[in-house]
Design a protein. Structure first.
Length: 101
């Protein structure tokens, strides 16, 4: 979330395109090195930079095609109320088992 918020701040608070691209490039490098380029960070970065810089940084690839090392430490959190069919069933069964004597 931190990198995503930083990309968002860069995109919204820096008025100069060159300055936005410069800061975003630095953040992108740090983010990838730390393995935290999740979809949120990628989308915020994409919104913050020029198309030229986006292609320069990503090679024109989409998030799903980036090296695994760039996404190594990303944790996937489900929003409250979201239920995957299999996930919902296992949670439901677990709760039922907890309630049984």
């Amino acid at each position: 979330i931190t990198y995503g918020l930083m990309f968002k701040a860069v995109g919204r608070l820096l008025p100069n395109e060159q300055e936005r691209d410069r800061y975003a490039k630095t953040l992108f490098g740090l983010c990838c090195d730390d393995g935290y380029l999740g979809e949120m960070a990628y989308n915020r970065m994409r919104e913050a930079v020029t198309k030229k810089t986006l292609v320069e940084l990503t090679g024109g690839k989409s998030h799903g095609n980036f090296p695994a090392e760039w996404k190594l430490n990303v944790k996937t959190h489900f929003r409250k109320g979201f239920q995957n069919k299999d996930l919902g069933k296992s949670e439901e069964n677990s709760k039922k088992n907890e309630l049984r004597p």
